[in-house]
Design a protein around this ligand. Sequence first.
Ligand code: URA
Length: 184
Amino acid sequence: KISNLDCEIKTNAKNFVFYDGIFNSDIMIIGEAPGYEEDKLGKPFVGTAGKKLDEMINSIGLDRKNNVYITNIIPWRPPNNRTPTDKEIDFFLPYVEKHISIINPKILLLFGNVASKSILNLKEGITKNHGKWFNYKNPFLKKNIFTTCIFHPSYLLRSPNKKKIAWEDLKKVKEKIINLKVTI
Ligand code: URA
């Protein structure tokens, strides 16, 4: 059932932005919401933030053409790229949970505060929780998924002094890939 609240973002958007990457990948990435370029092309993370995201994941051997699956919490671009409201996030959360269970990754990477807080139901934001590992479970999943939070590429573009922290967190992802013997 489509409620009034998602109609606002739906009617303002050109495209339903669903996913990019490899369907049977063991690594899934979740961002926040499409921006201008994503809305135009119908694919997540294809604008400036997307280039930065590619740079980040490429540095640890991940790449959307080979071994990751990418989606967002919100499938329609919020007007003027505003942050999604709590109501919008709550509305889409069950769909994202189902989406995660369909892809059924071994490792889940949450980029930015919106994805981190909503998926993991965190009280505190990404500043406190980046780089930690969580044992994520939702009602659609049969088993837990190793999940971690990483600074959003847009945040790193605005605050380049945080790049070192993001790099440390990405190295932990690489270690996890090796320890779990995840094929990439
Ligand atoms: N930022 C996001 O969180 N997702 C996108 O798809 C693009 C920018």
